[in-house]
Write a protein that binds this ligand. Structure first.
Ligand SMILES: Nc1nc2c(ncn2[C@@H]2O[C@H](COP(=O)(O)OP(=O)(O)OP(=O)(O)O)[C@@H](O)[C@H]2O)c(=O)[nH]1
Ligand SMILES: [Mg+2]
Length: 267
């Protein structure tokens, strides 16, 4: 695993240093536009691309982009290991580099970069949240062009997670979100085994169980225009299996994370 370039400065208005972690696997047609959109929306943020040795040359493209953007770093993470593993590696690097705010964002253009300032500012107000989800399931949020089958899967996945786990978050599977660094430092990242998109549910649950505050802000999610989805039946089965296991464990009073805060309201 190699990360190019040390981190230069690049502070936001509040002085907090924010990094957008972008996992990539075969996103050569999308990455440059995604980076441009981030730069336009939030010129001061750092970008950490975590590439899993994409056969289509995404890693090499990321290196070229890093050559002309001093705030962009590339983590060549090795063989394809899933979204969760890529984020865990990215979190490790970003926490070591001392970032205050860590943001997850896809490379395929589905997540609106224009919401980045909100994902950052909601972590910084006096009554701040500790994690902010770019949510498709709160008023003002939604989907553009997402096939009906994917919308149904997302709706069913979220409904099942809410019922099985007893959480109130409306879009626990969403992959556009921000965390305060202290939250990620205090939960057991080494114990996260989720590899596919249930990684997002897993992280949501750990943050809530640690007593942190989760807020949801609306986003409109647009289906990818280019490239191929990495969603497959294994990822869906992993999510169903793990959520069922976590739900059963909770019924028997076994939570994986000890609370470090007293309450965990969801807005
Ligand atoms: N490093 C890395 N990135 C991945 C891996 N799987 C997916 N990604 C990236 O994670 C992001 C989300 O993956 P998508 O394929 O868009 O998954 P999705 O958004 O759930 O599905 P679609 O709606 O079909 O796009 C994209 O930027 C992918 O390139 C992986 O195994 N390793
Ligand atoms: Mg996608």
């Amino acid at each position: 695993m190699t990360a190019s370039k040390p981190t230069p400065s690049g502070r936001g208005r509040s002085g907090a240093r924010a990094v957008v972690i972008v996992p990539t696997y075969n996103e050569v047609e999308n990455l440059e536009q995604a980076v441009d959109a981030i730069r336009r929306a939030a010129p001061e943020v750092h970008i950490l691309v975590v590439d899993d040795d994409s056969p289509d040359g995404t890693g090499a493209l990321a290196d070229r982009l890093a050559g002309s953007d001093p705030l962009l770093t590339v983590l060549h993470h090795g063989e394809r290991a899933g979204l969760g593993a890529a984020y865990l590696a990215g979190f490790g690097v970003a926490l070591d580099q001392g970032f205050d705010i860590l943001i997850e964002m896809d490379a395929d253009g589905s997540h609106p970069a224009t919401v980045l300032p909100t994902l950052i500012s909601r972590l910084e107000t006096p009554d701040h949240a500790d994690m902010v989800i770019g949510s498709r399931r709160v008023p003002g949020g939604g989907f553009v062009d997402w096939p009906a089958a994917r919308r149904l899967l997302s709706r069913a996945g979220n409904a099942y997670a809410r019922i099985a786990l007893g959480i109130r978050v409306k879009d626990a599977t969403a992959g556009f979100r921000s965390y305060r660094a202290e939250v990620l430092r205090s939960i057991d990242l080494a114990g996260v085994e989720s590899r596919g998109y249930c990684f997002q549910i897993d992280m949501t649950l750990r943050v809530l169980d640690a007593g942190y505050t989760v807020a949801e802000v609306p986003i409109v999610f647009t289906d990818r225009r280019r490239g191929v989805s990495k969603m497959n039946s294994r990822i869906v089965l992993e999510a169903m299996w793990r959520v069922t296991q976590w739900g059963a464990a909770r019924r028997f009073g076994r939570r994986r994370t000890a609370p470090v805060r007293a309450a965990a309201p969801v807005e």
